[in-house]
Design a protein around this ligand. Structure first.
Ligand code: NAD
Length: 297
């Protein structure tokens, strides 16, 4: 039987998101370039189909959760892409983090074909994705959002309408610039505490009840041994890749340059993540900035 939903991009985020759609009762066909990801999705209760084009042609809703703008543009606009196959009453939702301008390009191409499209990037990390506790920041029209809401609520706990096409991405970029700065700042504070002979668990517990509290400290502690179920507890694997954070900081700098906004800390964070990636840490989780040579453990 044809799937209600096609979900393209079963990575660290897409996999748990797509599985939550399955749990909500939708039939979901999953696709990824990595065939072992598709196999794991099917083993966990999802489905797939022989061809992506045929599956898209039958779907009422198509979600994409891909690394960066180039992948999203190719997936939607390519010759054998989503727009070429989608049925006229489809709802298209891109949850990847990409430039607002790229999101508007895809939304415009969809609109020219009369197809409804939203940009709906997320916050909450892989733990939030697994727990169906993501925050969605949605750009696009209110009618399309009303149609998307039941699906988004199956994957998240907060759905915000930011404005027209691209505005979900515009908010997401502000958030992730702040997140990058907070992760670096939290790592510095913890290392300073350790250098002063303190137990990082104690420093973290006290700061979590003090004015330095923040999400990187409380929900995503970068110091190994402080928290369980975070990338720092498993050698910085899984989670949110350094190169994806570097991409988002790059998007923030582009958007700051375009708007003539001064972002000295965002600029510094971009430089520190670029150096970290250059040292070989690009594939590790972004909290590995705590162990700056990219050689954790
Ligand atoms: P990921 O690299 O783990 O997953 C991306 C997946 O897309 C991979 O499995 C890859 O094989 C697949 N892919 C790439 N091109 C494809 C194509 N053309 N067709 C099908 N599959 C394709 O990345 P992720 O961590 O899941 O992040 C996805 C997006 O979400 C990124 O834009 C990221 O910035 C954003 N994001 C990530 C997090 C996080 O905590 N990991 C949180 C919020 C937002």
């Amino acid at each position: 039987a044809a799937a209600d939903v096609v979900f393209i991009g079963l990575g660290n985020m897409g996999m748990p998101m797509a599985l939550n759609l399955v749990r909500s009762g939708a039939t979901v066909a999953g696709f990824d370039l990595q065939s072992d990801s598709v196999a794991r999705f099917v083993a966990a209760g999802g489905s797939t189909a022989d061809g992506r084009g045929g599956a898209v042609a039958a779907a009422r809703v198509v979600f994409t959760m891909l690394p960066a703008g180039e992948h999203v543009l190719a997936a939607y606009l390519g010759e054998d892409g989503i727009l070429a196959h989608a049925r006229p009453d489809v709802l298209l939702v891109d949850c990847s983090t990409i430039a607002p301008a790229a999101a508007r390009t895809v939304a415009q191409a969809a609109a020219q074909r009369g197809l409804a499209m939203l940009d709906a990037p997320v916050s909450g990390g892989t733990a939030g994705a697994a727990a169906a506790a993501l925050t969605f920041m949605v750009g696009g029209d209110a009618d399309a959002l009303a149609r998307a809401r039941p699906y988004l609520e199956a994957m998240g706990k907060a759905v915000f309408h930011a404005g027209g096409p691209g505005s979900g991405q515009a908010v997401k970029i502000c958030n992730n610039m702040l997140l990058g700065i907070l992760m670096i700042g939290t790592s510095e504070a913890l290392r300073l505490g350790i250098a002063n002979g303190l137990d990082p668990k104690v420093v973290s517990a006290i700061m979590a009840h003090s004015s330095g509290r923040n999400w990187a400290l409380e929900a995503y502690n970068p110091c190994p041994g402080v928290a369980e179920n975070v990338p720092a507890a498993r050698g910085y694997t899984g989670g949110f890749g350094v190169d994806l954070m570097l991409k988002d900081l790059g998007l923030a700098l582009d958007s700051a340059a375009a708007g003539d906004v001064s972002v000295p800390l965002g600029t510094l964070a971009h430089g520190l993540y670029a150096r970290h990636s250059g040292a070989g840490a690009g594939g590790l989780d972004f909290s590995s900035i705590f162990a700056p040579r990219g050689a954790p453990g």
